[in-house]
Write a protein that binds this ligand. Structure first.
Ligand SMILES: Cc1cc2nc3c(=O)[nH]c(=O)nc-3n(C[C@H](O)[C@H](O)[C@H](O)COP(=O)(O)O)c2cc1C
Length: 287
């Protein structure tokens, strides 16, 4: 009898545990646009904001922008190298804002969306000696990217901040495309950058770096010392990369004040963010 009671208790507990697990299933994702559905749980009415800490621009405010690409003309050219899996992130909003602004200013824009291209960021053994020494030939994939880099005056790297360095797919682009004998070479005086006359710039959306928007000195009074520490660290990274390739480092636009997904003033806040980016680009590129 005691055994039967024990078995009944165990079965009852199992049913309770399974019911609990069923409730915490992963959020429903819309297959068309990859967005999480507004309501994911009938009981708690959790919304997008309850289910993700990632930024999501409301559908009606998502900007779509397709740049016209490079031509053989004499206009300055900006190559956007973008690593971001989500077209509706605040990071991608900054990318679209910047691409449109450059084209409005008469600069040709070519977009290389590395996720769309399914770019392989891994420097394989097969490609290692090409990257390290420039020996052999680049793969057709790498060669194509090098042609875009050759045409570009400005190379704009864009990615969200994932652990304070370029995200893997962008870092892999740097490792594989900017190979020796293409981006730098040995001379009697040491390494020499081969991409002189070009510049690099970075656009990055972040989670928390002390509170700021812009670059060094652009903290918003939350923890300005930390902000500047981060920005100076990014500067070291950028200048070293620029030095290697012989290009100018034009700096960064980093946003660390992202509108909350459920903000009542979302439109106002994202508009201000877009304006701040444009002001910074104006200062960094057109003054
Ligand atoms: C894998 C991963 C690592 C992250 N690491 C950092 C970090 O080191 N510092 C930071 O400020 N934010 C970090 N974040 C937060 C993102 O920067 C933040 O979610 C930001 O909103 C990304 O921009 P997005 O929402 O426009 O994509 C990380 C996010 C992910 C997914």
């Amino acid at each position: 009898m005691r055994k039967r009671i024990l078995a009944a208790i165990m079965i009852f507990s199992l049913v309770i545990i399974m019911a609990g697990c069923a409730k915490s299933e992963t959020p429903v994702v819309n297959k068309e646009n990859g967005q999480k559905e507004e309501k994911i749980d009938g009981e708690t009415s959790a919304t997008v904001d309850g289910s993700t800490s990632a930024s999501i621009v409301p559908e009606e405010l998502v900007q779509e922008y397709k740049p016209k690409g490079f031509t053989d003309g004499d206009s300055k050219k900006a190559l956007f190298v973008v690593g971001d899996p989500r077209k509706y992130s605040v990071n991608y909003d900054l990318v679209n804002t910047a691409m449109k602004y450059f084209e409005d200013k008469g600069i040709e824009v070519e977009l290389r969306d590395l996720y769309d291209l399914k770019f392989n960021p891994v420097l394989s053994l097969e490609n290692f000696y090409y990257a390290k020494d420039g020996s052999g030939e680049p793969t057709p994939e790498i060669k194509k990217e090098q042609e875009f880099v050759t045409q570009a005056d400005y190379i704009i790297f864009c990615y969200p901040n994932w652990h304070d360095t370029p995200i893997s797919i962008v870092k892999g682009y740097m490792e594989t495309v900017f190979a020796k004998q293409f981006a730098y070479r040995d001379t009697d005086n040491g390494l020499e950058g081969m991409l002189k006359g070009k510049s690099i710039y970075t656009i990055m959306n972040a989670g928390f770096l002390g509170g700021g928007r812009g670059y060094i000195g652009d903290g918003v009074g939350m923890n300005d010392e930390t902000w500047d520490e981060y920005m100076n660290a990014f500067k070291v990274l950028d200048e070293d990369t620029a030095g290697f390739w012989g290009v100018e480092n034009k700096g960064r636009f980093v946003n660390d004040r992202t509108p909350k997904n459920n903000s009542e003033n979302y439109e106002e806040e994202i508009t201000k963010l877009r304006e701040d980016l444009i002001k910074k680009l104006d200062k960094d590129f057109f003054n």
